[in-house]
Write a protein that binds this ligand. Structure first.
Ligand SMILES: Nc1nc2c(ncn2[C@@H]2O[C@H](COP(=O)(O)OP(=O)(O)OP(=O)(O)O)[C@@H](O)[C@H]2O)c(=O)[nH]1
Ligand SMILES: [Mg+2]
Length: 229
C-alpha cells in the first residue's frame, strides 16, 4: 500500500531564499541547533554566506530538507540551479522587516514575483517569512509614518535600516511594500506571510504556525498529485 499518512516517508525539499542579511542562515541553524548561543552563531556563520547549507528535519510527521542559499547579488543568479535540479515542495522567502532601502524592498518583491511564476515552482507553497529582528510590531502604530518616511526621502538619504527601538511595519504594510497584493489570486492561494524573530527559531510562536501552514499546503499538493497518478 502507498502512503497512508500524507507526507509519509517522502523527503520534501524546502528552499530558503531572500536577500543577503535577511536571516536565512540564522533561521536554518537556530532550527537545527536551538541551543546555539548568539555569539557562536555570529562566529560560525559569517554573513554573507559563501556556499549553500543543507539540513534535514523530521517535524510534525513530515521529513524535509532545507536548503539555505546565499542572497548576495552575485549568488542570486544561482537560485534557479537549485529549483531546476531539486524537486522543491516549498519556498521560504525571508525578508528583513528592518530594511528601509526602498530599492532593496522592491528587489525582494520582484524576486518573489518571478519565483512564484517559475515553471518548476508553480506547485510550490510560498512562505514569505518577515524577519522582525526582535523588534516590536505594533499593529496600527507607526505604520503610516514608516511609509511616508520612505517616500519623502531620496535613495541616497534613506537610512539602510530602521533606527533602534522603532517598531517594524505590520505584515500587511510590508506585504504592500513588496507588491504581494498584486499577485494573481491563484498565487495568493499558495502564498502566506508570517512575521517572526528568526533568531528565536522554534522558540518564536509564529514558526510552528508557519510550519503547520507549509505542511498543510505541501500535503494538499501531494494528495492532488497522487490522485492524478
Ligand atoms: N537580532 C537579530 N539578528 C538577526 C536576526 N536574523 C539575522 N540576524 C543577524 O543578521 C545578520 C545576517 O543574518 P544571516 O542569517 O547571516 O543572513 P543571510 O540571509 O543568511 O545572508 P546571506 O548569507 O548573505 O544571504 C547576522 O549577523 C545575524 O546574526 C534576528 O532575527 N534577530
Ligand atoms: Mg546566509
Amino acid at each position: 500500500m502507498g502512503n497512508c499518512v500524507p507526507g509519509g516517508d517522502h523527503l520534501h525539499q524546502i528552499l530558503i531564499l531572500g536577500l543577503s542579511g535577511s536571516g536565512k542562515t540564522t533561521l536554518l541553524y537556530k532550527l537545527k541547533i536551538p541551543g546555539w548561543a548568539e555569539q557562536d552563531i555570529a562566529q560560525k556563520i559569517p554573513t554573507p554566506t559563501k556556499g549553500y547549507h543543507y539540513e534535514e528535519f523530521n517535524k510534525r510527521g513530515m521529513r524535509f530538507g532545507m536548503w539555505d542559499v546565499p542572497g548576495a547579488d552575485a549568488m542570486q543568479a544561482l537560485w534557479p540551479a537549485f529549483y531546476r535540479y531539486i524537486k522543491v515542495s516549498a519556498v521560504i522567502f525571508v525578508v528583513s522587516m528592518v530594511e528601509m532601502n526602498p530599492k532593496k524592498i522592491r528587489q525582494a518583491g520582484e524576486h518573489i514575483r518571478i519565483l512564484v511564476h517559475e515553471d518548476e515552482l508553480r506547485e510550490a507553497a510560498f512562505c514569505v517569512l518577515m524577519n522582525t529582528f526582535g523588534r516590536p510590531m505594533m499593529p496600527g502604530a507607526g505604520q503610516h509614518s514608516t511609509v511616508a518616511f520612505q517616500s519623502t526621502l531620496s535613495l541616497s538619504q534613506a537610512p539602510a535600516s530602521l533606527a533602534v527601538g522603532q517598531p517594524v511595519p505590520t505584515i500587511e504594510e510590508m506585504a504592500a511594500k513588496l507588491g504581494l497584493h498584486n499577485l494573481p489570486r491563484s498565487v495568493q492561494m499558495r502564498l502566506k506571510c508570517f512575521a517572526m524573530d528568526v533568531k528565536k527559531g522554534d522558540g518564536d510562536e509564529e514558526w510552528p504556525k508557519a510550519l503547520a501552514w507549509l505542511q498543510e499546503r505541501i500535503f494538499a499538493i501531494q494528495k492532488q498529485a497522487q490522485a492524478a497518478d
